[in-house]
Design a protein around this ligand. Structure first.
Ligand SMILES: *Cc1c(COP(=O)(O)O)cnc(C)c1O
Length: 360
């Protein structure tokens, strides 16, 4: 006799994060986790350091000051914001609260991996719906709904494809989706989006009882190491999250860093301008070299090398120069690499490496 986990746990493939080391290479440029081009905002670094002497104190379990700051920044009611240890934790809380054994969770075929990992952990049957042009297919998602469906996840823009659904399509998805299916709009890359019609989810959260938006400090705010995310939800769902949330799930340093990051003057504007400029330059360069680049609304590009062997060779070529990008085999896209938009020097190194690779 031996201890055994619930059987569904054994179907979980552990998440493999972006690598950060290459043996024998001294200077590493990590472009594998979409961490933001500029590091943490200076004010956040100071706030983390300043809080160290109070590290013996428990944090504010309700994250009141942080929720106030998020609400003020994005024009939202702080009472309907829930903070988490990364948005990953909020996704897990939603899945465990609304899904579980005997239920189905629907996601897009190349949707963010954590939905599947956490869905299986919870015991949900995870249904992956084929995409059109590496973009979520609203009709397909709707057709996949069955009597046991309780959850649907849509990253918009999506990681790793970079694709985005028009606002009218997201609204149609909600309108035609059964009322007892919770729609989670994961807007981890919302700040980078430049499309004028884009709404990260607040409109649908405000106008429906069954839609939640999740956001993160890990991408444009450069605080992935702090683990800080938030959800905006209808009051009844906030109530449920309040029941399952750990009492001190967000640590004090993360809260202080988040508040400071929101107040850093010009941070978002500077990051968007840089991202839009270099995402365009990198895409144009790669296309000029004959590579297919998928349109991206995030701080990364999905580059298609035609076949898995060539993508692997490109990956090795990058690594030899200390550039770490993300292989996509785990997402069923082995012919692609996902490359984060780093700072200007890093982007230029990517362009140079691609140039050498395709001409060499
Ligand atoms: C990075 C990412 C997250 C995870 O964010 P954390 O707040 O760091 O947990 C969630 N969703 C998508 C689509 C992401 O790319």
């Amino acid at each position: 006799m031996t201890v055994m986990p619930r059987p569904s746990i054994l179907s979980v493939e552990p998440y493999v994060g972006g690598e950060s080391k290459v043996p024998g290479v001294n200077r590493i440029i990590k472009l594998s986790s979409n961490e933001g081009a500029f590091g943490p905002p200076p004010a956040a670094i100071e706030a983390i350091a300043a809080g160290a002497r109070e590290a013996h104190r428990y944090p504010d379990g309700g994250a009141a000051a942080l929720r106030e700051a998020i609400g003020a920044r994005f024009g939202l009611d702080p009472a309907r914001i829930v903070c988490g240890n990364g948005s990953d934790e909020l996704l897990a809380m939603l899945i465990l609260a609304y899904g579980g054994e005997g239920t189905e969770l629907i996601m897009s075929a190349h949707g963010f991996m954590m939905y599947e990992i956490t869905g299986r952990w919870a015991g949900c049957q995870v249904i992956k719906v084929p995409e059109k042009n590496l973009t979520a297919d609203v009709d397909g998602l709707l057709a996949a709904v069955g009597p046991r469906t309780r959850l649907m996840f849509l990253a918009n823009p999506n990681n790793p494809t970079g694709s985005i659904l028009a606002q009218s399509e997201v609204e149609r998805l909600r309108r035609e989706l059964r009322q007892d299916v919770l729609l989670v709009l994961d807007s981890a890359y919302a700040e980078y989006v430049t499309r004028p019609d884009y709404d990260p989810g607040q409109k649908l959260v405000d106008s429906t009882p069954n839609t939640v938006m999740t956001r993160t400090f890990s991408k444009i705010f450069g605080l992935g190491g702090m683990r800080l995310g938030w959800a905006y939800a209808p009051a009844a769902i906030v109530d449920i999250l309040g029941r399952v949330r750990g009492p001190f799930n967000v640590n004090a340093a993360a809260m202080a860093a988040g508040i400071a990051a929101l107040a850093e003057p010009g941070w978002i504007e500077k990051s968007i301008a840089h991202n839009t400029e270099w995402r365009g330059k990198m895409a144009a360069a790669a296309e000029g070299l004959g590579l297919k680049v998928w349109p991206s609304e995030g701080n990364f590009l999905l580059v298609d090398f035609g076949d898995a062997a060539r993508a692997k060779a490109a990956d090795a070529h990058f690594r030899a120069r200390g550039l770490i990008v993300r292989a996509m085999g785990g997402y069923g896209l082995p012919q692609c690499l996902r490359i984060t938009i780093g700072n200007a020097e890093e982007c230029q190194m990517v362009i140079d490496a691609l140039t050498d690779f395709t001409r060499g």
